[in-house]
Write a protein that binds this ligand. Structure first.
Ligand code: EPU
Length: 422
């Protein structure tokens, strides 16, 4: 296991290229299992979550060749013979649960481990299972596994309303339905760019999906999907993270390249209230910070609302704003494990139910901190980059799951981050 040693404070100055999206890549990888010929995916980031999902897929007999140098991946399900996703892999990463939809689509049956809890709460999969039942798939639970099967080559389908709207359940149901359900309608479907990208790729493969990008998806069965070459989206959460990181130090001036700013939803609305200069030109976002950062309260919502995956970073930024602000998470109610650690660095944050109140501006100072998940970890890195002195961030394996070359990217624009064995 590694840790980071970070010296601060350091302004960030220069250009950071944005990598491919982790959360969009995995559904595309799962969709490749539905094709009758190989699929080539581009802009796939070199991340531990991607390597884990590659292993899960390889368990089935599918060949997966990942060329990290060119960020491209070729998946060929021609030899898929095993329809199980085992506990030891699924427990490492919840997105492995996409194998349920992918295997129902490919083989008409699946045995997939239930993912279990996660660092910030139970994170149920009840909607995935109820949705498949509504489609006509038989679902049984036993020994910690979901056993899914269908009687004939296809099921009748039907209609299912997601309440609440869920990214993962929408993706799983789409994967399961495209080759198996005569007609299946998903209401209150997630509209996140990750869902849109998956549906567009499936349509290119030959699927029949209507309502892409809206909250009602209508899927009609097709007999065959062919492999395609398709490009992943850039990571909007990585872009948002670096925008926030740039705003944290008054002298920072950072240019982000390879972005899709329109996929940031309402995030720029909040960002523009900070007093920071933010210019968007095509796929390039430039952030010039300010020494008079304004407190801005935010509430997370499903897309296009303020993303829950940026709330920890935002609360961290607010430690540097001149006044009091609040961050409320309505998607997850207990995603605040970073708060005690930020307070150890000198922050003044208090959690009550699903809301954290931040009193700024506080001078942060170096300390040893540890975190429990990806977005909490990156927030601690951001805090350490403006804290006075030396900080130690323990358990950086969380970061390796979801930020491609984080320390290399940040060191190139002026940070001082060393990775050492823990
Ligand atoms: N929910 C249920 N039942 C279900 C599924 C979801 O009640 O069966 C609830 C959840 O508890 C939550 C809400 O629905 O309150 C939304 O959860 P969703 O299913 O949309 O989340 P997810 O698909 O499990 C993805 C991302 C998360 C991101 C959320 C919300 C991936 C692999 N994960 O999770 O990303 O926070 O959507 O946008 O795409 C991250 O990248 O750090 C991360 C955790």
């Amino acid at each position: 296991m590694d840790k980071f040693i970070i010296e601060g404070p350091t302004p960030l100055k220069g250009t950071i290229p944005i990598s491919g999206s982790k959360n969009a890549a995995m559904p595309l990888m799962a969709a490749s299992l539905l094709a009758s010929s190989p699929t080539k995916l581009n802009l796939i980031p070199r991340l531990n979550d991607i390597y884990t999902f590659k292993k899960v897929i390889e368990e089935t007999g599918t060949s997966v060749v990942f060329d990290g140098g060119s960020n491209s991946m070729v998946l060929n399900p021609a030899n898929l013979h095993n329809t199980e996703a085992p506990y030891e892999l699924v427990r490492r990463m919840r997105a492995s649960f996409y194998m349920l939809g992918a295997l129902i689509g490919n083989a008409g049956e699946a045995k997939v481990s239930l993912p279990g809890g996660c660092a910030w709460g139970p994170r149920p999969v009840d909607l995935h299972l109820k949705g498949f039942e509504a489609m006509g798939v038989k679902i049984k639970l036993g020994q910690g596994y979901v056993f899914a099967s269908i009687d004939n080559a296809s099921v009748e389908g039907g209609e299912f309303t997601l309440n609440p709207s869920s990214v993962g359940a929408t993706i799983n149901l789409v994967l399961g339905a495209v080759k198996r359900a005569k007609k299946f309608v998903i209401k209150n479907a997630a509209k996140e760019p990750d869902v849109v990208l998956l549906c567009r790729m499936l349509v290119e493969m030959g699927a029949d999906i209507e309502g892409i990008g809206t909250d009602t998806l209508t899927i009609q069965k097709v007999d065959e999907l062919k492999g395609v070459e398709y490009s992943n989206d850039p990571d909007r959460i990585e872009a948002g993270t670096f925008m926030i990181a740039a705003a944290m130090h008054p002298e920072s001036d950072v240019t982000l390249t390879g972005c899709r700013p329109e996929q940031l939803g309402k995030f720029p609305e909040s960002f523009n209230k900070l007093g920071v200069e933010c210019t968007i030109d095509g796929s390039v976002i430039r952030i010039k910070s300010t020494d008079n950062l304004q407190p801005v309260s935010v509430t997370t919502k499903i897309y296009p609302g303020f993303p829950t995956d940026l709330q920890a970073q935002w609360a961290t930024l607010m430690t540097q704003a001149g006044g009091t602000s609040m961050v409320t998470d309505t998607v997850y109610f207990d995603r605040f494990s970073y708060v005690p650690e930020l307070n150890r660095l000198g922050g003044n944050l208090k959690v009550e139910k699903n809301r954290v109140t931040i009193v700024g501006k506080t001078q942060l100072s170096g300390a040893s901190v540890m975190s429990t998940d990806l977005r909490a970890s990156v927030s601690l890195v951001m805090a350490a980059m403006v804290a006075k002195g030396t900080s130690e961030i323990l358990r950086v394996y969380h970061l390796d799951r979801g930020y491609e070359q984080l320390e290399e990217k940040l060191n190139r624009v002026g940070a001082s981050i060393k990775r050492v064995p823990q």
